[in-house]
Unconditional design. Structure first.
Lengths: 117, 112
């Protein structure tokens, strides 16, 4: 069975500081991995996704994530935080081309990012 | 522009009533999903559909049902609403099973 663990339900950084949001996954098949962002009172928006091509994935708004198979991790980073980055971030895994419920996403519990001026 | 919409955006109902939440997408996507979002749980899959007349149960399907009579719509029905179903509900769609899922704006449901 697949699962996702996001370390830290709440992360606070200063404006201009590095953002690091942690995600570890469990999957018995090669995974597809996603990061979504949710702004207050809105739906989820895709930040980036990994689908077994390059291990370093660049997304929107300056975010990127690195797939590390040996660590079963897919941490999200951004070199310099902006106030507008304050939101909740969700990591998700799917079985991609494998498994009976192909494409179904399993979400982590989310990490709320606060950015201090 | 193609989009995915949900209605109503907010709903208050009473325990025991039947409630239907609408989801409509104009991308012509085959796959549609319903999730609920609760504090501390992230998003959990309720039901999903891979095409017309196809429906499947997700992780938390008890008390919910869906039907898929056309490509564009996947309504979610709570047969007899319970206070435990107070939540924010999100609909999503994707072109293929491995493609990105696009989310609607959500429906906040309160069951009193």
């Amino acid at each position: 069975a697949q699962s996702v663990t996001q370390l830290g339900s709440h992360v606070s950084v200063s404006e201009g500081a590095l953002v690091l949001l942690r995600c570890n996954y469990s999957s018995s098949v090669p995974p597809y991995l996603f990061w979504y962002v949710q702004y207050p009172n809105q739906g989820l928006q895709l930040l980036l996704k990994y689908t077994s091509a390059a291990t370093l994935v660049k997304g929107i708004n300056g975010f990127e994530a690195e797939f590390k198979k040996s660590e079963t991790s897919f941490h999200l980073t951004k070199p310099s935080a902006h106030m507008s980055d304050a939101a909740e971030y969700f990591c998700a895994v799917s079985s991609g081309d494998y498994g009976g419920s192909q494409g179904n996403l399993i979400f982590g519990k989310g990490t709320k990012l606060s950015v201090k001026p | 522009d193609a989009e995915i919409t949900q209605s109503p955006r907010h709903k208050i109902t009473e325990t025991g009533r039947q409630v239907t939440l609408a989801c409509h997408q104009t991308w012509n996507h085959n796959n549609m999903f319903w999730y609920r979002q609760d504090l501390g749980h992230g998003l959990r899959l309720i039901h999903y559909s891979y095409g017309v007349q196809d429906t499947n149960k997700g992780e938390v399907s008890d008390g919910y049902s869906v039907s898929r009579s056309n490509t564009e719509d996947l309504p979610l029905t709570l047969e007899s609403a319970a206070s435990s179903q107070t939540s924010v509900y999100f609909c999503a769609s994707s072109r293929t099973r491995t493609d990105t899922q696009y989310f609607g704006p959500g429906t906040r449901l309160t069951v009193l």
